[in-house]
Design a binder for this molecule. Structure first.
Ligand code: PEP
Ligand code: MG
Length: 322
């Protein structure tokens, strides 16, 4: 099975057996050579300090991220906490998960995304109505703003857990200024509730947004004045920019993060973040793309959040770039 190409070769002949045996040896050699990057800082040849973070889906994944040299967690996809069960996790359970990650990272940045449900991620007990086009429907921040109690449970857990490390909150699929303003108001409500109950929480928690829709890109200058940081979600941004479903083979030729349209969207987002002097990262798959990294460095991306297995390779590429 070639997991890189997503192919299964049945009845492999001696030629392809040799090809794959050699490939395996080469990969093992590369994996060992990358170990020298575990404790290295991510600095380009010209001396620019960058950061390589890891994306995680479960609190337990944090150990793997640390072992692989991640300088932070750039995306904790919390929807996995809500999956494979019959009811949503309560505030205390979520507090445990978030504070565990924060403590394990020992003060390094941990960016936790609020529930990103809908689209390709369905959770039965949340009773999301069947939609003709779920990627254009009630997903992510839209769902949370409509289901405030569920949203507030998560925000309160995050505010409490933030006392145990360097937690930042990030909102998925933002399209408008109003969504950010609403989320900010709800966050303030949560702080007031915790304050009134005498529960410890972090008042000055940082709030960022994912840039994963063309709408957010086009108003990224305005959005940058409202939030503390951006993270570019190229998985969705590519789909929405190219109007191509990431899971549809028929249009996979369009689903390309290196397409000029997507590159222009990324460049504009970074430019507007830099102009507003807020940090900008990327947590979509493209952050680990060797073709993309030189461009991201040229445009001024600060932080690259990649899957744990790609942290060291990404750091190596950055350290070897100008
Ligand atoms: C993205 O869209 O790039 C992203 C990181 O979010 P997800 O892949 O979880 O949709
Ligand atoms: Mg996304």
């Amino acid at each position: 099975m070639d997991a890189v190409k997503g192919e299964i070769i049945s009845g492999a002949d001696s030629e392809s057996t040799k090809l794959y045996t050699d490939l395996k040896k080469q990969e093992e050699k590369e994996r060992l050579s990358l170990k020298e990057y575990i404790n290295r800082k991510t600095v380009t040849k010209s001396g620019l300090q960058k950061a390589v973070y890891s994306n995680i889906a479960k609190a337990e994944d944090v150990h793997n991220a640390v072992v692989n040299g991640a300088e932070g967690i750039g995306l904790f996809r919390t929807e996995f906490l809500y999956m494979d069960r019959n009811e949503a996790p309560g505030e205390d359970e979520q507090f445990e998960a978030y504070s565990t990650v924060a403590k394990a990272m020992g003060g390094k940045e941990v960016i936790i995304r609020t529930l990103d449900v809908g689209g390709d991620k369905n959770i039965d007990y949340l009773n999301i109505e069947k939609e003709d086009n779920p990627f254009m429907g009630l997903r992510a921040i839209r769902y949370c703003l409509k289901n405030r109690e569920l949203f507030k449970i998560q925000l309160r857990a995050l505010l409490r857990a933030a006392c145990y490390g360097n937690i930042k909150i990030i909102l998925p699929l933002v399209c408008t200024v109003d969504e950010v303003l609403q989320a900010k108001r709800i966050l303030e409500e949560c702080k007031a509730e915790l304050y009134n109950s005498g529960v410890q929480y972090k008042d000055d928690i940082k709030l960022g947004i994912m840039i994963e829709t063309p709408a957010a890109v086009l108003i990224s200058d305005e959005l940058a004045n409202l939030v503390d940081f951006f993270s570019i979600g190229t998985n969705d941004l590519t789909g929405y920019t190219m109007a191509a479903d990431r899971g549809n083979r028929e249009v996979s030729y369009l689903y390309d993060s290196n397409n000029t349209a997507v590159l222009k969207a990324i460049e504009l987002t970074i430019k507007n973040a830099n102009a507003a002097k807020i940090p900008v990262g990327m947590c979509g798959e493209a952050a680990a793309d060797p073709k993309m990294i030189p461009l991201l460095l040229k445009w001024g991306l600060d932080e690259f959040s990649v899957s744990t297995s790609r942290v060291l390779k990404t750091r190596k590429i950055i350290c070897q770039s100008e």
